[in-house]
Design a protein around this ligand. Structure first.
Ligand code: SAH
Length: 358
C-alpha cells in the first residue's frame, strides 16, 4: 500500500493515530522519506522563511547525580573527567557568543547539586542583565515546581527537558529505578504551566526501542504541544551499560524530523549535534528534512571533550568563532540563512500577545 496518503493527511490535519504513525515508521522507504522531507521543509519555510536559528550551548557542568544507562556523564562512569565552569567562565562564554551573533544561550548540564537554585537564579539574572535582548534557556534536568518557578522569576525564558520516551516500560529500560517516567512527564507539564517555551524530545534508536514506542513519542508531543522538540540518534557511549549497542540511524532520525515538522508546523526543531556526529552532513540533511535550529557549542575549548554524552562527539576541538564560520557555510550550502535573533516560537509569541503579556 502507498503510504503517501498518510503523509498528506498529517500535512493537512497535523495528526495521525498510533497505528498510522507506527505503520509509517515500520514501513518507511526512501521515496516516502523524500516526500515527507520535501513537505516538511516547505512547512518550515512557510512559517520561518529560510532562517536557521542558532543557540549558544554552554555545557557548564558534566557532574551528574543521575545514572541514565545511555549517558556518558552518568554518575557511575568513572572514566569521565569531571568539570564545572565558574560563573565568570559562563558569563565570558556568553559575551563571546553575543559578539558572534548569538541571541539565545542554553545552559546545559548534568544534575549537579553544587549549582543550587540560588546559584542558577544568580546566573540567569546576570545573563539577562548583561544581554537583555537575549533569551536564556535552561537544560538542567528534573527539579521541583518551586525551583522551576524561581528560575522563571529570575528571567529564564525557555527550558529543555527531553521526555526521552513516552513508553514507561521503555523508560525503565533506559533508566535506573530511582528515576521515573511519570516524574519526567510531570516536570514537562509544570514547565508549560509556568509559561516557559518548553522543549521535549527523545533519542532515536535507543536500545530496545520499537516503532510503536516512537509513534507514542509523536502522540506525546502532539498532546504536550511543546514549543521546541529535540531529537537525535542514540549513540553508544564508553563506560555505560549500552556501550556496545548499535547507534540510531540517520534515515530514521530524518524521517522523524519530517513527521514532527508536519505535525507541529511552528515548532523550533534543531538539527542536533548527535545527527552531525553520525553523518558528516547530518545537520544539513536535518535542515532539508524540516529542522530550523542549530545549537553550536560556546563552552571553552578546554572542557569540550569532557562533555561526552556519547562517543566521537563533533566540534570538540574548535573555538566558538571557528564553529560559527563552519556552520554558516553549512547552512548556506543548503540554501538557508543564519538568523541573528532570539528565534522565539511564533505561536508562543502570538498567544502571549493576545494575553498582553509580551
Ligand atoms: N541533565 C539534563 C541534560 C541531559 S543531556 C537533562 O536531564 O535534561 C541532553 C540530552 O542528551 C539527553 O536528554 C539525552 O536525550 C541526550 N543523550 C544523552 N546520552 C546520549 C547518547 N548516548 N546518545 C544520544 N543522545 C544522548
Amino acid at each position: 500500500m502507498n503510504l503517501k496518503h498518510l503523509i498528506d493527511r498529517l500535512h493537512q490535519s497535523h495528526n495521525l493515530s498510533l497505528d498510522e504513525f507506527t505503520e509509517l515508521l515500520a514501513r518507511r522507504d526512501e521515496e516516502l522519506q523524500a516526500y515527507a522531507a520535501s513537505l516538511a521543509a516547505e512547512t518550515a519555510e512557510k512559517h520561518y522563511g529560510k532562517k536557521v536559528f542558532i543557540r549558544g550551548l554552554i555545557e557548564f557542568t558534566n557532574i551528574c547525580k543521575n545514572d541514565c544507562y545511555y549517558c556518558g556523564i552518568r554518575a557511575s562512569n568513572r572514566s569521565a573527567q569531571r568539570y564545572r565552569l565558574s560563573e565568570e567562565q559562563i558569563l565570558a562564554c556568553a559575551q563571546n557568543g553575543y559578539a558572534l551573533g548569538f541571541r539565545t544561550f542554553v545552559l546545559q548540564g548534568g544534575e549537579d547539586p553544587y549549582y543550587t537554585d540560588d546559584k542558577i537564579c544568580q546566573l540567569v539574572r546576570q545573563l539577562k542583565h548583561n544581554h537583555p535582548d537575549c533569551a536564556v534557556t535552561l537544560s538542567i534536568g528534573e527539579k521541583t515546581r518551586e525551583s522551576y518557578a524561581m528560575y522563571r522569576k529570575a528571567g529564564a525564558d525557555r527550558y529543555l527537558l527531553r521526555h526521552e520516551t513516552a513508553t514507561p516500560a521503555h523508560y525503565r529500560h533506559l533508566h535506573p529505578p530511582s528515576m521515573s517516567a511519570e516524574n519526567r512527564y510531570e516536570c514537562l507539564r509544570t514547565l508549560k504551566e509556568l509559561g516557559y517555551q518548553t522543549g521535549a524530545g527523545f533519542m532515536v534508536g535507543s536500545p530496545g526501542q520499537r516503532p510503536e514506542d516512537l509513534a507514542r513519542d509523536l502522540l506525546f508531543l502532539g498532546k504536550l504541544q511543546p514549543e521546541m522538540v529535540g531529537i537525535g540518534p542514540f549513540i553508544p557511549a564508553a563506560g555505560t551499560p549500552f556501550a556496545q549497542e548499535p547507534a540510531g540511524t540517520l534515515d530514521e532520525t530524518l524521517f522523524l524530523l519530517s513527521l514532527i515538522r508536519l505535525m507541529m508546523p511552528e515548532v523550533l526543531l534543531p538539527a542536533t549535534t548527535a545527527l552531525g556526529t553520525i553523518d558528516p552532513r547530518g545537520r544539513e540533511k536535518g535542515l532539508l528534512a524540516g529542522a530550523n535550529v542549530v545549537m553550536p557549542n560556546l563552552s571553552p575549548k578546554s572542557v569540550r571533550e569532557k562533555y561526552q554524552l556519547y562517543d566521537n562527539k563533533i566540534c570538540t576541538g574548535e573555538e566558538a568563532a571557528e564553529c560559527i564560520v563552519c556552520l554558516t557555510k553549512r547552512i548556506e550550502s543548503v540554501g538557508r540563512e543564519l538568523a541573528v535573533s532570539r528565534g522565539d516560537n511564533i505561536r508562543y509569541l502570538n498567544t502571549k500577545e493576545e494575553l498582553h503579556c509580551v
